[in-house]
Design a protein around this ligand. Structure first.
Ligand code: SF4
Ligand code: SF4
Length: 447
């Protein structure tokens, strides 16, 4: 099909006015990735993915190497956890999240040697089944923030798929981790994507990149210039362009049905760094033990892209970058969909593409005022929902209305809260409504 070469999607007009233009603040975009030294300790929570928690396979005083399996679960939906350092296990203990939930974590004191475990070996993948099987033992999850086990995403009926989408949109402000992957490692992206296409037989791939990244678009066009299966698509820069259903719609014109998946409309969708990670794993066999994190925000003295060992405490990352002032708000991920962290001893985990620290002035919460019925939240929602009506229905406990208003379609992108002039807590309420509606539906199905 050849490269589309900076041409925007013919389907974009479907939702032209939805979403929101955000200040990009991607000050780290042109900074080459630096590698952070091995930290004083790594903390490996046993749930760094969507699905079942892993069980620790090591105990206090055990010696571990880089790439050694330390957490495993028998469940179907899970992703194994590997040590990011060589050293000694000092603790296996509970840790607590900001939402009150707890997890088990393995704490390792590095020996500084970074000895690679003898189990690390490039996999042989003669066919698609073996590729899926190999990725199961890679610890790779969706690196754009979702944390969904990649093996499960690959494990689909490939005969029903005609389009392999690669998400290089990186539409959240501040973040430039995926952008650096595209600039620094186009060859591993190519290796990962072309292996998947070769072995699956899926005939067409589209690498989707927002048009505020012209260097990445040009570089990937050149990278795939001789592969007629791969198009590079320049998409308009508008948040949340990278959200799964939005991207499928804007790249292919297909609507994922309510409650359905991208596979229902013949598409699979992978984050661009995830694709690259598959390419790297096929080459050296090293499971996912480190990742690039964009460290930014106005409290950070030296914003940058850092490659860190998974499990590095947030505090050590911030100390390495330096702080202008005591952070009043620390977020892992992007400012729109990221998670606020209250404990700086909590670690960087696999799906954290960003670490943002904000000072007192920018972290201050604005006062909520009465809804002025301006309709901006409704006009901006990329899923065509009515956030204000959903919030009202949630507050009066009206499940039938939540179902009618399709609260379950919310992807928690934060657009409605961002655009609301009254600073109504729309996203928070729609998130709760969505959870309640899903629980109600599960109950109705007897599950
Ligand atoms: S209702 Fe959900 S999907 Fe719509 S703008 Fe708000 S957070 Fe985004
Ligand atoms: S954007 Fe805010 S003020 Fe406007 S209708 Fe929605 S909730 Fe009300």
């Amino acid at each position: 099909m050849g490269c589309l070469g900076g041409i925007t999607s013919p389907f974009w007009s479907l939702r032209e006015r939805r979403g929101v233009d955000l200040p990009h603040n991607k000050v780290t975009a042109e900074m080459p990735t630096r590698t952070m030294p091995v930290p004083s300790k790594v903390i490996l929570p046993m749930q760094q993915h969507v699905g079942a928690r892993c069980t620790p396979l090591v105990k206090r005083k055990d010696h571990v190497n880089v790439g050694m399996l330390v957490g495993h679960a028998e469940a179907r939906t899970t992703a194994d956890i590997y040590s990011s350092v060589s050293g000694t296990v000092t603790e296996v203990r509970n840790i607590y999240y900001a939402n009150g939930k707890s997890d088990v974590a393995i704490v390792i004191e590095p020996d500084g040697e970074q000895t690679v475990d003898e189990s690390v070996w490039p996999p042989e993948v003669p066919d698609y089944r073996m590729l899926v099987h190999a990725v199961k033992y890679s610890g790779i999850v969706g690196l754009g923030g979702a944390g969904f086990p990649t093996e499960l995403k690959l494990d689909v009926d490939v005969d029903s798929i005609d389009t392999w989408l690669v998400n290089g949109a990186e539409c959240e402000p501040y973040l430039s981790s995926d952008y650096r992957e595209m600039i620094e490692h186009p060859d591993t992206i190519r290796r990962g994507l072309e292996t998947c296409l070769d072995l699956s037989g899926v005939p067409h791939a589209i690498v989707c990149i927002e048009d505020n990244k012209p260097k990445a678009i040009e570089l990937l066009e050149r990278t795939f210039a001789d592969d007629p299966r791969v198009d590079v698509l320049a998409m308009p820069t508008r948040y949340p362009q990278g959200a799964a259903h939005v991207l499928v719609r804007n790249a292919t014109g297909r609507e994922v049905p309510r409650g359905g998946h991208t596979t229902d409309v013949g598409c699979v969708l992978f984050n661009v760094t995830t694709m690259s990670c598959i390419g790297r794993f096929l080459e050296d066999g090293m499971p996912l033990v480190k990742r690039r994190v964009t460290v930014a925000g106005d409290a950070v003295a030296n914003p940058q892209n850092l490659e860190v060992c998974i499990g590095t405490p947030i505090r050590e990352v911030l100390e390495f970058c330096g702080l202008r002032e005591e952070p009043h708000k620390v977020v892992t991920g992007g400012p729109m969909m990221g998670v606020s962290q209250v404990d700086l001893d909590y670690p960087i985990v696999r799906q954290n593409s960003g670490l943002l620290a904000f000072g007192e002035a920018s972290a201050r919460e604005l006062e909520t005022t009465a809804c002025i019925r301006c309709g901006t939240c409704v006009n901006s929602c990329p899923m065509s929902l009515s956030p204000i009506e959903i919030m009202k229905a949630y507050r009066r406990g009206d499940m039938a209305a939540l179902d009618r208003l399709m609260a379950d379609l919310c992807m928690e992108c934060g657009t409605c809260s961002y655009v609301c002039p009254a600073r109504q807590p729309l996203t928070q309420n729609v998130r709760l409504a969505r959870a309640d509606l899903k629980a109600e539906k599960r109950k109705a199905k007897g599950r």
